[in-house]
Design a protein around this ligand. Structure first.
Ligand SMILES: [Zn+2]
Length: 456
């Protein structure tokens, strides 16, 4: 008797699961952006079954028995992607408080906070992110790997993540986790297990170590950065020989290479070495952009990062304020030039520098600096999918692709800020959000009064 009821329960649950997987869902809306075309389609229909798109287009017939979700005067789009986030951190508050917090909080507590950041990101319409480095000083925990795996297993809600583990960099460089602290405060100098490497051979060892520990992509700092205390923002931090080793070892292991780079010399050397994307790129000159164009290197501009820092300058020590001002002054002209020259631009924001969930504000910054709305939308869909190497699965609304579909009110090509008001999110056929965002509890980054979400 006991066995029979157990079997029945199993059969019933299997039955329900099968039915749910077979169920056709039809999403309807006034318009559709397919991720690659130069114009929106009208009378949009996207048909979803299981985790895939069965069909997408204009005025498609509705299959009988399908569940129809009519989103009205909205635009359907592929789930947005952000090629530059740090979902395991929040650097948006007062710099010194944040630095102290890094020492106070257990890494496990930081990881629990990260689950809220992941949810805020996917609920904003970003169904895929490339996470560009996660580290906690004097800890070897890979919180980004844990977050990615927990999302993939359905334990928590969040975007699909491609993670970099520890960013690779030089001693005293932008990624040295002990930079700015008293010497030997943590008892030893960081080494390859912390992402710190100082020769071509050490770089190779570090790449191998990171791939062993779950890295999907390799990130390195080839020039100084804004939010680090011990370096100048534009000086080179890896030698050309180290960059060549970095790219060669990563590509041999079939991993893409993204480099944090503000300075022009470091950018030229990195492009020459064959990196896949330059992150930030603030001081790049037109000749350097020409090299990128020839090589097909992507630019991930992260305009949101400098925008946020400049709007909260008092939160940062004077040395960082000066670096932020110099980088911001240079990056607008660099970005305008990149758009004019037709450089491949990938959408990336440096989320964590500003509060998680505001990623879409990058779109307006891009459009204000000369990019067309449709190209900005492509940067966050098909362009990012190409850079991340996942274009076969996501990035467009096409038959056979994974059903990552979002809806925003109105027409984003006439008002790009519609991207900030996404109110429907489906990831792999599962509805993650339909209506208001989940309240984010006490997570600082999401209770910020700067979160604008007029729909909620
Ligand atoms: Zn970053």
């Amino acid at each position: 008797m006991k066995i029979t009821s157990r079997v029945l329960v199993i059969l019933l649950s299997l039955g329900i699961a099968t039915q749910a997987a077979d169920q056709l869902i039809v999403l309807k809306a006034a318009r559709l952006f397919d991720g690659k075309s130069n114009a929106l389609l009208q009378n949009a229909v996207v048909i979803v079954q299981g985790d895939k798109i069965v069909d997408a287009g204009s005025n498609l017939p509705i299959p009988s028995g399908a569940q129809v979700i009519d989103l009205g005067d909205a635009t359907l789009a592929p789930g947005f992607m952000d090629a530059h986030t740090h979902l395991t951190a929040d650097f948006s508050g007062n710099y010194n408080e944040r630095r102290l917090q890094q020492l106070d909080l257990n890494v496990s507590e930081q990881a629990i906070r990260a689950t809220a950041f992941a949810r805020a990101t996917v609920e904003a319409g970003f169904t895929t992110v490339r996470d560009m480095g996660s580290r906690f000083v004097a800890s070897h925990e890979s919180v980004d790997v844990a977050l990615r795996n927990s999302i993939n297993k359905g334990v928590i809600v969040g975007p699909r993540m491609l993670v970099a583990t520890k960013g690779i960099g030089a001693t005293g460089g932008h990624f040295d986790p002990t930079g700015g602290f008293r010497d030997f405060l943590f008892g030893r100098e960081p080494d390859y297990t912390d992402g710190i490497a100082n020769s071509p051979d050490e770089i190779r060892k570090t790449v191998r170590f990171e791939v062993k520990n779950g890295a999907d992509v390799i990130k390195a700092a080839v020039s100084g950065g804004v939010l680090s205390l011990g370096d100048e923002v534009d000086t080179p931090q890896l030698t050309p020989a180290e960059m060549t080793a970095l790219v060669d070892e990563s590509h041999r292991l079939r991993k893409r290479v993204a480099v944090h780079c503000h300075g022009d010399q470091a950018a030229r050397e990195a492009i020459e070495a064959g990196v896949d994307s330059i992150e930030h790129g603030s001081f790049m000159k037109p000749e350097t952009l020409t090299m990128m164009k020839k090589k097909g290197t992507f630019l991930t501009p992260t305009l949101m990062a400098s925008e946020w820092i400049m709007s909260k300058l008092d939160n940062y020590p004077p040395a960082l304020q000066a670096k932020a001002k110099a980088a911001t002054a240079a990056r607008s002209e660099m970005f305008r030039n990149a758009v004019k020259m037709g450089i491949k631009i990938s959408f990336g924001t440096d989320a964590a520098v500003y509060p998680h969930g505001q990623n879409a504000k990058e779109f307006k910054l891009m459009v204000d600096l000369g990019m067309s709305a449709i190209d900005a939308l492509k940067s966050a869909t098909s362009n990012d999918a190409e850079l991340l190497g996942i274009g076969q699965k996501v990035g467009t609304l096409e038959k056979g692709k994974l059903a990552d579909v979002i809806a925003m009110p109105g027409d984003p090509t006439s008002d790009i800020t519609a991207t900030e008001r996404v109110y429907f999110v489906m990831k792999e056929g599962k509805i993650i959000r339909q209506g208001p965002r989940t309240p984010q509890g006490t997570a600082e980054s999401t209770t910020s009064p700067d979160v604008s979400d007029p729909v909620d």
